[in-house]
Design a protein around this ligand. Structure first.
Ligand code: GTP
Ligand code: MG
Length: 268
């Protein structure tokens, strides 16, 4: 990741505009560390903000976030997309207004791992050029791609190495950090269940299963529901945790937004 950050730094001067991608389910926690601070990119370039995975987020809360993030002059524009299905044509038109007269516009796409940077880039250039994947760390190199009237740079997801472990755990729930480096799958899954219960989102998330029987050990119930059993009908907790986290991160459960403006997530 550090190598990616250095390489992005090397091309940053050549860029005219940046697009920061965040996950619409947690727009605060998935913000890029590169944007912040006195030397942050947000102070140096025009930046468009894209909230990805709109289809996996609560639509009302996405509306609240868009209103909130559009206030102030930090970002040139803020949009939310389902990058699997939505067109990004109107955003391309907005970007091209910044095109210098004698050459192509140079656009950089930045964000933390697994938020959808490469998927967004493929939408921009109109073809599946950059590799996309469901686990963090898919893009390894800074690479240029050609679009109509612009060049665009994809970059590896960059996390803040100094952020507290709780922040990494939250990112593991969204698939942006690997659960095995934050104390394991079981730890991450139990943390997510506790969080969803505390924020009254648990019933909504488990609604696809017709609800779950009330139990102090919700991971056990999830494991039974997902069929993660070993000999003797005992739940394999590690497998249950893994499957639950995968289902949650990929949106197989209900659309849910974990945080609201002014109410950032805290691992409980
Ligand atoms: N449902 C849904 N899935 C999305 C959306 N955008 C991206 N994804 C999925 O999210 C995963 C990550 O997408 P990538 O484009 O590889 O993410 P990235 O930010 O380039 O990730 P790294 O290269 O690892 O930093 C993939 O499984 C995509 O299919 C979206 O708007 N909706
Ligand atoms: Mg990528």
């Amino acid at each position: 990741m550090a190598k990616g950050e250095r390489k992005l730094g090397e091309v940053a001067d050549k860029l005219d505009v940046l697009v920061e991608v965040r996950d619409a389910r947690a727009p605060f926690s998935t913000s890029s560390p590169l944007m912040l601070g006195k030397s942050g990119l947000l102070r140096l370039k025009p930046v468009f903000l894209v909230l990805s995975k709109r289809d996996l987020a609560d639509p009302d809360r996405t509306g609240v976030w868009l209103d909130n993030l559009r206030v102030g002059m930090s970002y040139t524009d803020v949009r939310a997309f389902d990058l699997r299905n939505d067109s990004v044509g109107s955003l391309i038109s907005e970007l091209l207004k910044l095109r210098p007269v004698h050459r192509s516009l140079r656009v950089g796409v930045v964000g933390i791992p697994n938020v959808g940077k490469s998927m967004f880039l493929n939408k921009l250039v109109g073809r599946s050029r950059a590799k996309v994947g469901g686990i963090p760390g898919i893009t390894r190199e800074v690479g240029w791609y050609k679009g109509s009237g612009f060049l665009v740079v994809d970059s590896p997801g960059i996390l803040d190495p100094h952020s507290e472990p709780g922040a990494h755990q939250i990112l593991s729930w969204l698939g942006c950090a690997k659960a095995d480096v934050v104390g394991g799958y079981e730890n991450a899954a139990v943390g997510l269940i506790r969080f969803l219960r505390a924020r009254l989102l648990w019933d909504r998330v488990t609604d696809v299963w017709g609800g779950l029987p009330d139990s102090d050990d919700a991971l056990e119930m999830v494991g039974r529901r997902l069929g993660c059993l070993v000999a003797g009908g005992v739940v394999n907790r590690e497998l249950a945790a893994r499957r639950f986290l995968e289902s949650f991160a990929s949106g197989k459960l209900a659309p849910v937004t974990l945080e609201l403006p002014g109410e950032p997530i805290r691992a409980l």
